[in-house]
Design a protein around this ligand. Sequence first.
Ligand code: KE4
Length: 432
Amino acid sequence: MAKLDTTKSSELFERANEVIPGGVNSPVRAFRAVGRSPLFISKAAGATLTDADGNNFIDYVGSWGPVILGHAHPAVIEALHDAAARGTSYGAPTEMEIELAEEIIAAFPSIERVRLTSSGTEAAMSAIRLARGFTRRDAVVKFEGCYHGHSDSLLVKGGSGLATFGTPDSAGVPDDFARNTIVLPYNDEQALSVAFERRGSEIACLIIEPVAGNMGCVRPRAGFLEAVRDETARHGALLIFDEVITGFRVAYGGAQELYGVKPDLTCLGKIIGGGLPVGAFGGRADVMEHVAPMGAVYQAGTLSGNPLAVTAGLVTLRLLKELNPYQELERRAAALERGLRDAAGEAGIKSTVNRAGSMLTAFFTDEPVTDWNTAKKSDTELYARFFRAMLEEGVYLAPSQFECAFVSLAHDDETIERTLRSARAAMNSLAG
Ligand code: KE4
């Protein structure tokens, strides 16, 4: 196999390291988990990424979820051209922000009011502050392996025992911030009920990825989301579904539509911006009315509801509503899941493939992956070798075992088949 020529990317990475920490504007992009320097991308269209050296790849990162329609969808690009000609930001309300809010509320029955932000981090951080302001309680419950952006209260790892205080999971997070965060194992109903038994009266909210995407793809066990809903309701804590990945991804109405569990607040992002910076948090009107300027919970943002980002999001959501592609995405992603599993099996390589709709992860382990403890048993070195082999084959996977691959509407049957041919070659090269 001719070695991929990524000379230009290497030169750019060297230059980037002179001016940007780690040469990237978000850590996972640095490819540290997959043992090579990152590719610098020059353009993308449909399911294809083109790097600075002119190499083309079938892209399964999809900007980490937003481009469910495929890169540079003509309708999105045309709408952005028109919007940009009318100015890029006003710092004042616009009709299109109402339209995006209306689309979100129509898709998510649990959302009666919604506030736009510029990132998923802001959405989750704001939802937690709102829950604390509404309940006048301080404690937050999250789950190991779930990621809700990089706000201080959420960069916390589990304490020594169940329901004990968390400890900072990043430098710069004061112990005091971590002390109010309880970290539980995902899919563990027993741990959940112990935590609420012991500290239920202090808990402002529980935040969860209803289908986890940040330890790789992990689905909730049957009954787990219902248990989470019951415990929070019983103890007067708010339930926050972080649907930044799953919103409009696993169904038009997100995981809450799929599983029929209604949270009090929902965080959104990624797809609702169609590839531009948008986040959102929303939910019960009686809770949302505590958000400034109506209520006492402050929250703001210079570019919240930015006209270009809202334009890209609106076009994307309206196209998804019109096309209703979820069955087709399911079919294609299921073919990819089966093919990856078969390719590993034929090469004698242990793998477990988890999938929810068009988000999936091939874990290099032979036991079921149901939480962070089982996910982290994966052979990350083997994943890194698989990643590099697939890159040589022209397929760009997530540069970490603990992320998802995303299938977009642009990944047609021929693209999936090409991917699986590459996967068979890559798996055989690992076994060799
Ligand atoms: P952002 O602040 O990155 O827009 O969103 C944070 C966030 C919140 N909630 C969930 C469930 C998320 O997955 C994310 C961000 N996802 C990561 C990848 N899984 C973004 C990629 C990156 O950090 O570069």
